[in-house]
Every structure is written in structure tokens, then in C-alpha cells.
Design a protein around this ligand. Structure first.
Ligand SMILES: Cc1cc2nc3c(=O)[nH]c(=O)nc-3n(C[C@H](O)[C@H](O)[C@H](O)COP(=O)(O)OP(=O)(O)OC[C@H]3O[C@@H](n4cnc5c(N)ncnc54)[C@H](O)[C@@H]3O)c2cc1C
Length: 495
């Protein structure tokens, strides 16, 4: 049996492991952290469970290709799904804007709020509706398709092409400015991190309004653990606290890996399902540069990376009347010299086991960019100053929520606070990135095969191969890597 070593037990690593086992390989996952899941995780704090990832998961809708893939890796089969009524609700002083699940309702509520925006609202509505036919192709990667399959794929992606050509090269902020009503403008302009192209909102809302992109009950950690169980039930082995620090290679291939804990493993194939920068710089020591990645890493303006501050709060009360994801304006909180003018609050009222009875977990995510990472990195070198800054921001965020919802005053406590440095520490995430390069108007799309020039048995897998990443890309690329290895072995691939 050929041996496969998988570096990293995130969703991509688990997916690669599952398909490796299904296809007759002897695989092992080596994970740096004490648990698997990578960025798809959650943790317990003071009687609460903090979910650290899933806000929307493409593939929760039964019958879709992505749902089938999630089911094959044991992530979603038999799992109940929570379907929020809105993707986001923006409580604006000029009127609340809801991004409803029901697209007709979204359109009507927006028209009622702003009849003067009728033309742009109708166009927005039509664009989203048109994309309902779009499904992420999951069967096989492009480089393995025949010409006939490629032609079929391109014709099935006509709607996506139309949206990309119309909205792919304007920023969401520019697009937001085509709306006259300030509440609609602000809702769109603050929807995704700065620099995103306008097309992103169409894809996200198309997925959501056709009944997909919901949240599996039990959350992110539970989903990762279901995949880990599926992997182990197929005979796969997981070694945690095993950070790979060295690759043993000859001129053409990799023969094994060495971990920080001193353990070493031999392999016929090595899959790096970890951060791309970790592979190219730490493990390959810059000896196998890849032009596509070099171009992106060296151009953070057109290929930005986003991280975040993730604040978990325990609320002594229930939030039955508040939409799951709500944004509102606040008195600016200064973070790394940048005034943060809006707050996004997510709550987990629907998860009874996430909080003591009568209590609710709330999380707030604040996007952080290139310069923020540098500021946090510098601050983290002084643990006391780092802690004080987290405490200050935590207090100000609680104050901002209490100002907006006076009934909550005195009932919110800080549970946990993650910064870009947290993602770096736990997941080796380059500059704390929680996805890969963002789709900007100047950046070019990338679909990388994961092959490393000069080394014929080493593959990169995971969110970095298909920016902007996310869980569907992670699970798909894990599978695709095993498909490529099967092809090399002249074996039929079994899913
Ligand atoms: C707050 C937050 C919210 C998110 N929300 C969503 C969402 O709603 N929907 C969505 O689709 N996506 C979401 N994402 C993004 C999603 O979590 C990631 O895209 C996805 O989990 C990436 O999976 P991966 O396996 O490619 O990489 P990772 O999760 O980064 O896994 C890589 C693994 O490799 C390990 N590793 C690294 N270096 C080594 C080494 N040298 N040796 C051994 N192990 C190593 C790491 O510890 C990690 O476990 C969110 C992320 C965050 C942080």
C-alpha cells in the first residue's frame, strides 16, 4: 500500500485523508495543534461554547453537488441545518435593511424602503436570481477534465460569467454608490471587506436565497470532528501535536517528513494541506518558488489577505427577536489607528447547548488587514500590552452593544478575544489570514493544481489553491489532490 502523509488536519487535510483511505492508500494526518479542524473550529469558555467559523456553509442544501461532497466526507449526513431568515440585517438610522432568504421579500422590502432606487433594485434582484442556476463544480478539477467536459462546464457557468463580466471589475463600494438610499448604500458598502469586487455579493446572496449557505447545528468543531471520525473509521491515523518542520527530499521527490516533536515518517506522497507560505518558505526553504503565489504574496494591494478580531461574549438573556447577524453603526472604536464605525453581531440563540440555560453566546468579527497584522505582531511582543489592548477593545465593544441595545446593559461579559496573531499561533496562518487572497477588481482569479515544480510527489492542498478559499474550497481541493494522485498511480478514483 502506498503511504500518504498529510500535513495539517484542517478541512482540506481531513478531506484528503478520507479520500486517500477510500482509494486504498495508507495515510496519516500530522497536525500541529492538539486537535483537528484547523480554522473550522470552536472551543469552550466559562460554560459557553464559542463557534469560531461557520456563518454560512455552501452545500447545506440537499441535492446540490456540494452537499453530496459534504455527505461523502461525513460532514453533513443526518445533520440538522439551521436556516437563518436573513443573511444580514443592517439597523441603519434611515431604516433597517434585511438581506432576506426569500428573494421576493428582499426585493419588496427594499422597494418599500426606497422606491427611487427601483431600477437598481430590480437589476440587483435579477442578477441574484440569474445566479440561482449556478453550482460550484465539484466532480473534478479543471486540469483533469476532457475538452468535452470543459465545454460543458463553461456553458453551465454562463450566468456566473455574465455576473463576473458585469460586476467583477467594480468594487462593492463603487456599486453601493449606485443606490440613492443611504441605508441600502451602507448595507452594501460594509457587506464584505474593503477591496472586494461587487460580484461577491451576488454569489453569496444567490446561494443564500436559493436555500443553501445555512449553518449545520452543532457548529464548526462538531462538523470537523464528524470528518475526523469518518477518516478514522476508514483506517486513517491522526497524530496531533505533530508540527512538520522539515521535508526529507532528494532532487526530484520527497521521501518523508520530520516533526518538531522528533518523530519522522516516510512517504510515497506528501500533501501539504497547510498554509501555502508554510510550505514554500518554511518547508521548502524558498527552493521551489511558484510564480503564481510569488506574484500574489508580493502584491498585497491587489491580492490582499483578510484576518479578523473575533470577540466572543456571553449574554445573560435570550435574543429571540434579534436576527442572527445584525450590523449597526457605533461611536467609532479606534483599532490600530483605524476608526471602526460599524459592528457586526452574530448570536447563537438557536444553539441551546452553546450557553447555560437562559443565556446566549454572541460573537463580533472585525476585519483586520495588512497594517493591522503588523501592529498586532508588534504589540504581541509585549504580552501585558497585548492583553490590555484586547481588554480595552473588548470593553468598548460591549459598551457599543449596550448603547445600541440598552436592555442588554450590565448583562454582557467578555469570554474570549482572538486577533490575527491567534490564527497565526494556532494554525500557522500567514499574516493571520482566515481565507486566502480576496477577489479584488485588479487581482486575477487563480485555480492552482497544487503541484510543486521539481518535486513529483508533493502537493499543496486547501484554501490557498482557489482564492478566496473557504470551507467548500478546502473540502474540494482535498478530494482533488487524491484524484491527481490516483491519476498518477493509474488507479480509478473512488469517491
Ligand atoms: C472566524 C472565521 C469565520 C469563517 N467563516 C466561514 C464561513 O462561514 N464559511 C466558509 O466557507 N468559510 C469560513 N471561514 C474560512 C474557513 O474556516 C477556511 O477557509 C477553512 O477552514 C480552511 O481550511 P484548510 O484546511 O484549507 O486550512 P486550515 O484550516 O488553515 O488548516 C490547516 C491546518 O494545518 C495545520 N498546520 C499548519 N502548519 C502545519 C505544520 N507545519 N505541520 C502540521 N500541521 C500544520 C494547522 O494547524 C491547521 O490545522 C471562516 C474562518 C474564520 C477564521
Amino acid at each position: 500500500m502506498k503511504k500518504v502523509i498529510i500535513i495539517g488536519g484542517g478541512i482540506a487535510g481531513l478531506s484528503a485523508g478520507i479520500f486517500a483511505q477510500k482509494n486504498g492508500f495508507d495515510s496519516i494526518i500530522l497536525e500541529k495543534h492538539h486537535t483537528v479542524g484547523g480554522e473550522c473550529t470552536g472551543w469552550d469558555r466559562n460554560g459557553y461554547h464559542v463557534d469560531g467559523c461557520i456563518h454560512w456553509l455552501v452545500g447545506t442544501k440537499e441535492g446540490t453537488p456540494m452537499h453530496k461532497l459534504w455527505t461523502k466526507v461525513g460532514a453533513l449526513d443526518g445533520v440538522k441545518v439551521y436556516h437563518p431568515e436573513t443573511f444580514l440585517s443592517f439597523e441603519h438610522k434611515e431604516g433597517t435593511v434585511h438581506l432576506y432568504r426569500d428573494l421576493e421579500r428582499l426585493r419588496e422590502s427594499w422597494l418599500a424602503l426606497s422606491p427611487e432606487d427601483k431600477a437598481v433594485i430590480e437589476e440587483f434582484y435579477q442578477g441574484i436570481k440569474q445566479l440561482h442556476s449556478f453550482e460550484m463544480p465539484t466532480d473534478k478539477p479543471m486540469d483533469m477534465m476532457t475538452l468535452k467536459e470543459k465545454i460543458k462546464l463553461f456553458s453551465s457557468m454562463k450566468a456566473a460569467g455574465t455576473i463576473m463580466s458585469k460586476y467583477g471589475k467594480i468594487s462593492l463600494i463603487q456599486y453601493a454608490n449606485t443606490f440613492r438610499h443611504p441605508a441600502l448604500r451602507d448595507t452594501l458598502a460594509t457587506f464584505v471587506p474593503e477591496g472586494y469586487s461587487a460580484s461577491s455579493i451576488f454569489f453569496a446572496l444567490a446561494s443564500f436565497t436559493k436555500g443553501d449557505a445555512s449553518i449545520p447545528y452543532g457548529g464548526s468543531k462538531a462538523m470537523a470532528m464528524r470528518m475526523a471520525m469518518r477518516y478514522q473509521s476508514l483506517g486513517g491515523r491522526i497524530e496531533t501535536l505533530s508540527e512538520v518542520t522539515q521535508l526529507e527530499s532528494n532532487k526530484k521527490s520527497v521521501s518523508g517528513v520530520i516533526c518538531k516533536n522528533g518523530k519522522s515518517f516516510n512517504a510515497d506522497y506528501v500533501i501539504a494541506a497547510c498554509d501555502a507560505k508554510v510550505l514554500f518558505e518554511r518547508l521548502l526553504k524558498g527552493k521551489h518558488p511558484d510564480p503564481k503565489f510569488e506574484k500574489r504574496f508580493n502584491d498585497p494591494i491587489n491580492y490582499p489577505l483578510a484576518s479578523n478580531i473575533y470577540i466572543a461574549l456571553g449574554y445573560e438573556g435570550e435574543l429571540k427577536d434579534l436576527q442572527r447577524s445584525t450590523r449597526f453603526a457605533i461611536n467609532p472604536i479606534i483599532i490600530n489607528n483605524t476608526p471602526i464605525k460599524h459592528l457586526l453581531v452574530n448570536h447563537y440563540q438557536y444553539e441551546k447547548d452553546f450557553a447555560p440555560e437562559g443565556h446566549t453566546v454572541i460573537t463580533c468579527a472585525i476585519n483586520q488587514y495588512h497594517d493591522d497584522y503588523d501592529a498586532w505582531k508588534a504589540l504581541a511582543s509585549d504580552p501585558n500590552a497585548y492583553r490590555l489592548e484586547k481588554d480595552r477593545i473588548g470593553r468598548e465593544v460591549i459598551g457599543a452593544i449596550e448603547d445600541h441595545y440598552p436592555d442588554m446593559k450590565g448583562k454582557i461579559k467578555l469570554l474570549d478575544f482572538a486577533t490575527p496573531i491567534t490564527y497565526e499561533r494556532y494554525c500557522n496562518a500567514y499574516r493571520g489570514a482566515f481565507m486566502s487572497f480576496l477577489p479584488t477588481i485588479k487581482g486575477k482569479m487563480m485555480a492552482h493544481t497544487g503541484r510543486i515544480k521539481g518535486l513529483d510527489n508533493l502537493y499543496l492542498s486547501g484554501q490557498w489553491l482557489q482564492p478566496p478559499g473557504g470551507l467548500p474550497v478546502a473540502v474540494m481541493t482535498g478530494k482533488d489532490t487524491i484524484m491527481r494522485i490516483c491519476k498518477k498511480e493509474k488507479k480509478e478514483f473512488h469517491s
